[in-house]
Design a protein around this ligand. Structure first.
Ligand code: FAD
Length: 281
């Protein structure tokens, strides 16, 4: 973990673009509450292939206007170079200085992969178009990407993506700390020394967590799944236990030298705030 301990700790919050006026109002409340915690930056997700692109730009505009350093997520699958060029110049005009660069997943029904096949090509393109204007974050998978041909090739692809010009990485969420520590060791062997910030998914609901985890390949350890399932309809106790487990994970990560935490807030303030307070941040 030596490569990680050298970086100052940074904390960030992720939001998704709201789908309704009600959702937008709720997100403003969440944003205002979490802004009090003084995050290094916030990020806003992006739907591959156009599904929420307008929403991302609007939400990024609102976050910037509220004084938050804001990083749009930008996924390249299904896009042409011109599409990405246009988005980049729009973001530069808005005052954006940070981007989370992703490949994304092909939406069902979309056939054309577009000009980019992997995130390393997007990172290279952003650098060639806009030099060092943007601080670029990329995605990392301590438990490996679901489409990885092998663990080794996934690690090599990650190192390659970093060499294309990434400044930092955010991980997929995980509940096995050993997988993260081992991932960092493997990155160090490949001379990757950028901050690799753990992505944290606060546990508040077993059904949603199981569904997301199935899609993104995050492992819910057996002991944890069985404990969560045992709460049945007692959602308050499940939530209290889930947040306790997530807090303990965060504590151990920070003690091990993780260079900060990136919270997948799911547009809710309370879970992140509770963990934050328990950690004494
Ligand atoms: P890549 O880095 O391109 O990796 C994808 C796969 O291709 C891996 O298996 C890798 O090993 C392989 N690969 C990489 N490079 C090469 C290469 N050069 N040659 C051959 N194989 C290669 N999705 C969204 O749609 N919107 C979002 O806002 C969003 N935000 C995210 C934020 C974070 C922090 C994370 C971890 C994920 C996010 N995702 C988002 C999901 C992400 O888009 C998917 O996981 C997607 O499948 C992979 O994107 P990537 O950028 O990691 O791809």
């Amino acid at each position: 973990m030596e490569s990680q301990k050298q970086h100052p700790k940074q904390f960030s919050f992720e939001f998704f673009p709201p789908k309704s006026a009600e959702g937008a109002a709720r997100l403003r409340e969440t944003r205002d509450e979490l802004a009090k915690l003084n995050p290094r930056y916030v990020s806003v997700t992006f739907g591959a292939g156009g599904s929420t692109q307008r929403g991302t730009i609007e939400t990024v505009g609102e976050m910037l206007a509220a004084g938050l350093d804001t990083a749009p997520h930008l996924s390249c699958v299904g896009s042409s170079r011109e599409d990405i060029r246009e988005l980049l110049s729009g973001y530069i005009a808005m005052g954006v200085r940070r981007i989370v660069a992703l490949r994304g997943d092909m939406p069902s029904g979309m056939r054309e992969a577009g000009a980019f096949h992997h995130a390393n090509e997007l990172v290279e393109f952003i650098r060639s178009e806009s030099g060092n204007h943007f601080h670029i974050e990329v995605a990392a998978y301590p438990e490996f990407h679901p489409q990885a041909a092998s663990a080794e090739s996934d690690l090599d692809n990650f190192a390659n993506k970093v060499r294309a010009g990434a400044n930092a990485a955010i991980t997929q969420y995980f509940y096995n700390i050993d997988g993260y520590l081992r991932f960092i060791e493997e990155c160090e062997k490949r001379h990757v020394e950028i901050p690799i910030v753990p992505g944290i998914m606060p546990i508040t609901n077993i059904k949603n967590l199981a569904r997301f985890s199935e899609m993104c390949g995050a492992d819910i350890p057996r002991w944890l799944r069985l404990r969560l399932e045992a709460y049945g309809e007692d959602t308050a106790s499940l939530r209290a236990f889930g947040l306790d487990v997530t807090t303990e994970l965060c504590r151990r990560l920070l003690e091990s030298g993780a260079p900060g935490l990136h919270f997948y807030t799911m547009n809710q303030a309370a879970p992140t705030r509770i963990i934050w307070t328990s950690l004494g941040l």
